[in-house]
Design a protein around this ligand. Structure first.
Ligand SMILES: [Zn+2]
Length: 122
């Protein structure tokens, strides 16, 4: 661009004219509105993702909260929240299945023990 005062060619980003020292009317970079900065990463979604590997219940809770926050604020981390949600659910269902399996095993053993005991008395 050219200086309004002296007409010298100056840098487009210059705040002051280097020739005459007059203000160009441009604001310094830090005073201008920030140029579309990348959205911050949602920490809760990230925590949910990490916890889903070690603690599926808090992992699931954080992932649900994180997913809602991401949808509300437009922050990044939806992929983390989704992955955390899936991993937590898989781990929880594996845990539930193993508990149900153990209970079934004991019930069957009890039934066999009762049948064995009742048939022994006769
Ligand atoms: Zn000038």
């Amino acid at each position: 661009m050219y200086c309004k005062n002296c007409g010298a060619e100056i840098d487009d980003e210059a705040v002051l004219c280097p020739k005459c020292g007059i203000m160009t009317g441009k604001l310094p970079a830090e005073e201008r509105a920030p140029a579309a900065a990348p959205a911050p990463l949602n920490i809760i979604a990230l925590i949910g993702f990490i916890f889903s590997f070690i603690q599926p219940i808090p992992g699931l809770i954080c992932s649900i909260i994180g997913k809602k926050e991401v949808a509300k604020t437009g922050e990044r981390g939806e992929a983390f929240a989704k992955a955390g949600l899936i991993i937590s659910i898989v781990e929880l269902s594996a845990a539930v299945l193993s508990i149900v399996g153990a209970i079934l095993f004991y019930v069957i053993m009890m039934v066999f023990a009762l049948i064995g005991a009742s048939s022994g008395t006769f």
